[in-house]
Design a protein around this ligand. Sequence first.
Ligand code: ADP
Length: 482
Amino acid sequence: MAAPVKRDRLFIDNEWRRADSGETIAVANPATGEVIGTVPKGARAETASAIEAAARALPEWRRRTAQDRAAHMLRLHDALMDHRDALAAILTEEMGKPLAEARGEIAHGAGFFKWFAEEGRRIYGDIIPSPWADTRIVVSKHPVGVVGAITPWNFPNSMIARKLAAALGAGCTMVIKPASQTPYSALAFGDMAMEADLPAGVVNIVTGAASEIAAEMCENPALRKITFTGSTATGKKLAAQAGAHMKRVSMELGGNAPFIVFDDADLDKAVEGAMISKFRNSGQTCVCANRFLVQSSVYDAFSEKFAAAIAELKVGDGAEDGVTQGPLIDEDAVAKVEEHVADAARKGGEVIAGGARHALGGAFFQPTLIGGASSDMQIFRDETFGPVAAMFRFETEDEAIRMANDTEYGLACYAYTNDLGRAWRLNDALEYGMVGINQGLISTEVAPFGGVKASGIGKEGSKYGVEDYLDVRYALFGGLGR
Ligand code: ADP
């Protein structure tokens, strides 16, 4: 197949369609501010058609053997890898991240199809010893049915991939609604699905009005589950709406990750981890470190090394060679970052590096380091979602744990220490779904990704991720004669 291009139609039942209204949404390149195209503004009717198509495709898709589904999924993996460069270019154009990161994301996304192709073949049941003579209890797992996926702009490919792959492996069909900022990476899955010979209706993609598409997903009885990645505020609304119709939900929401540096840590490794955890994707990931808690005795040494590493970052258009920091997604994102920095400065924080919009203008912001941060600052409470690292001092392990857990969120956390006992104590005490000990990068398809507290419900990736797309049933076989 020819390299994928920016599709400007909805993908429903293996066909490219316009919105009924003919209306469109403009898509911009955040590095230049230029409009790079439009996509249809789909609404309830188009979502209903997509759900119908997915429901029509479901019986045949779920009946197939896991091996058969796996064969298609492996082709989807190969299609993504074959078109990796073209897909990465589309991703960078609409989202802004450096091309190297975009290429990494495509491979990460593709990895989920391989993983869940294999995992789908291991959906085992159980036989439970029965309390009654003459009977057997058999437990089996079944696909939940048609799934609606609502996805964010920060990982336009891999956030779809890890939902779609788990769904396909489990035998579900899907309707995807991508973020309006990054629809082209989503629509490219239409071409990838065709290249993998997926039957019509197994994958459908509807761009457009979020609240209308979500309302149809929640209310349409043919759709059985909603999986969402995005902000906690939107997730809470959506979960309530889905709950009113007793739809299952998986919610991958915001975080407020602490990154704890103890005086027994390898500071160079800690800085390396801090850079990747904080500045990857210009700070726009839900597992990005948001609060650097640094033990007093190493605070100055860590701060100095961290500032030196930050000075090496190269800000620019993600499509240019050597750029490590792209623009933020849009003006709202820049305004939020600016507000967090101003709030910290007002409350006594010291701006050690950056602190303002970048000379490139538009959605570019300087990589920023703030020292002497305190818990009354906004940055302690809310996810900044931008390239700002704020350092807080602590004295004791207990204090660090208390500060780390002092948030409604519980997605990812990080701690650097060379004391094995302390590492285990932290793993037990930190109220987070994911803990990186001496590691700043934790995302992989083989491990369960997901949060606790206000960071969400459910797991993605790993052997646990497929369970989110399965219903457990039990059958009691009676009258067996003995
Ligand atoms: P962000 O702040 O990262 O853009 P959102 O939670 O607003 O996070 O967006 C994540 C996804 O949720 C996007 O696809 C967006 O279009 C969608 N979305 C926004 N508002 C709603 C809503 N009321 N109901 C359902 N989905 C929504």
